[in-house]
Ligand binder design. Structure first.
Ligand SMILES: NC(=O)c1ccc[n+]([C@@H]2O[C@H](COP(=O)([O-])OP(=O)(O)OC[C@H]3O[C@@H](n4cnc5c(N)ncnc54)[C@H](O)[C@@H]3O)[C@@H](O)[C@H]2O)c1
Ligand SMILES: O=C(O)C1=N[C@H](C(=O)O)CCC1
Length: 267
């Protein structure tokens, strides 16, 4: 029988955090031991309406939480600034972070990579936990070898804080790994309205759509003479992310360094 993994969730009232609580409730090998939330300090999670009724304490202060509760893994589903601080603090306390929070800078990712290595602690940072999205990114990387002209359109709900999405940035990074640097479009093209051509990453354009009703969607469109190839993924429900969160929580226990992207954990 495998040991139970003791988990703390940061951001339990959020769209993703609450879904993670519902996932943990169903899994015998995962045990929720505390939550971190800037509100409801000292309350029990069971006192909050609309969430699974776990008899665990909510801590507003991450240090107090880590000093009071013995845990193996911190699942962070908060905001970019908070998520970065939480990840760093977890590593300082010897707790393995599983981070779904997006919007970290390259410098922050590098710093966390070094810290995880120094501490010898597994860390998973995954901009997208949906297996379909991971495959979409891998397929895009495969296609980029043959189609160097590419634009990414990511579409999310209008409460999202960061743009472009973590998934779009990761997709562009994977494409960068296999394609020669290339500035796309007409060399003399001019935007008559600023931003019309989208964000630029190494010559690739990324377009971010934010609308009510959307969850998480991305199209990677490749163009070549006489043909287009579109690779598309849609998450219609946040349940789509949960098998990836569970896998990351299990696998992070076996790692001693930071991995960026769920593809590193799939066979
Ligand atoms: N990796 C993935 O597959 C994936 C999927 C969906 C969303 N996300 C990312 O996850 C993050 C959360 O997304 P969401 O849609 O659940 O957002 P949300 O706004 O619904 O939830 C964020 C939660 O963080 C909480 N929070 C803010 N400050 C805090 C603090 N100091 N301590 C503890 N909690 C704090 C808020 O109260 C809120 O409940 C975002 O960065 C989003 O981009 C990642
Ligand atoms: O809802 C969000 O916010 C999401 N963010 C991730 C990203 O930034 O790539 C992907 C899944 C949904």
């Amino acid at each position: 029988m495998t040991d139970t993994i003791k988990v703390i969730v940061a951001g339990p009232r959020g769209r993703m955090g609450s879904e993670a609580l519902r996932m943990i409730e169903k899994e015998d090998n995962l045990e929720l031991v505390a939550c971190i939330d800037h509100k409801h300090d000292g309350k029990k999670l069971s006192e909050l309406d609309g969430l699974p009724a776990f008899d665990v304490t909510i801590y507003a202060d991450i240090n107090t939480c880590f000093e009071s509760v013995q845990a193996d893994v911190l699942v962070d589903l908060t905001t970019p600034e908070v998520g970065y601080l939480h990840t760093k603090t977890a590593l300082e306390y010897g707790i393995r972070p599983v981070v779904g929070t997006t919007g970290f800078t390259n410098e922050q990712l590098e710093e966390l990579t070094d810290l995880a290595e120094e501490k010898g602690l597994g860390t998973v940072i995954a901009p997208n936990f949906a297996v379909g999205a991971v495959l979409m990114m891998q397929f895009a990387k495969m296609a980029a070898k043959y189609f160097p002209d590419v634009e990414i359109i990511e579409k999310h709900h209008d409460q999202k804080l960061d743009a472009p999405s973590g998934t779009a940035v990761k997709t562009a990074q994977l494409i960068q790994d296999v394609r020669e640097s290339k500035k796309q479009g007409h060399p003399n093209e001019k935007e008559t309205i600023q931003g019309a051509r989208g964000a630029d990453m190494d010559g690739m354009k990324i377009h971010s759509v934010r609308l009510p009703g959307l969850v998480a969607h991305q199209e990677v469109i490749f163009g070549s003479s006489g043909q287009n190839l579109t690779i598309k993924h849609d998450s219609f429900d946040r349940a789509s992310f949960m098998s990836g969160v569970k896998l990351a929580v299990e696998q992070v226990m076996k790692l001693d360094l930071l991995v960026y992207g769920l593809e590193n954990l799939l066979d």
